[in-house]
Design a protein around this ligand. Structure first.
Ligand code: CUA
Length: 167
């Protein structure tokens, strides 16, 4: 009986999330850019090999990550200190939210849209990026690490890609 009640509650919560996502125009706050949540992991910008940190030929730093039940992919992202960084997020399942501790980064990640945030990390160090929107039973375990490294330690490979250092 107890588990039945919990099941009803979870089903009601999830259907409410899906209902508001699909019927009311719930948009991310900064810009409106659509993406198909059903296929985003298969090809295109948010395919697995494109996730993480990329430095463009013009020197621009872009981080791409997927927020999904119940993790961020990748689980760790590396960014340079004192340099403009563009963060781009997408969700294939339900609404997530994220913030990066001690910074102005704070956004919702709504299925069907790309959430984009520009920021500059002012000092090197390890930060946490927790999910802050209830997204299901594993919500409290959903977080990623952000490694902010000094400019001279930020050395992307020849392909412009850079991953977290193992510590
Ligand atoms: Cu994802 Cu809470």
């Amino acid at each position: 009986m107890w588990s039945f009640g919990v099941g009803i509650f979870v089903a009601a919560s999830l259907s409410m999330i899906l209902f508001t996502a699909s019927t009311i125009s719930v948009n991310p706050p900064s810009n409106v850019e659509r993406i198909d949540p059903k296929t985003l992991h298969l090809s295109g910008e948010f395919a697995e090999h494109n996730l993480g940190t990329t430095v463009g030929s013009d020197g621009s730093v872009t981080v791409r990550a997927i927020a999904t039940q119940f993790m961020f992919l990748p689980r760790c992202i590396v960014v340079p200190a004192n340099r403009r960084v563009t963060l781009r997020f997408a969700s294939p399942d339900v609404i997530h939210g994220l913030l990066i501790t001690g910074t102005n980064v704070n956004t919702m990640v709504v299925p069907g849209f790309v959430s984009q945030v520009h920021t500059e990390f002012t000092r090197a160090g390890d930060l946490l990026m927790p999910c802050h929107e209830y997204c299901g039973l594993g919500h409290s375990g959903m977080w990623a690490n952000v490694q902010v490294v000094a400019q001279d330690e930020f050395k992307p490979g020849p392909d412009g890609r850079i991953s977290c250092a193992q510590r």
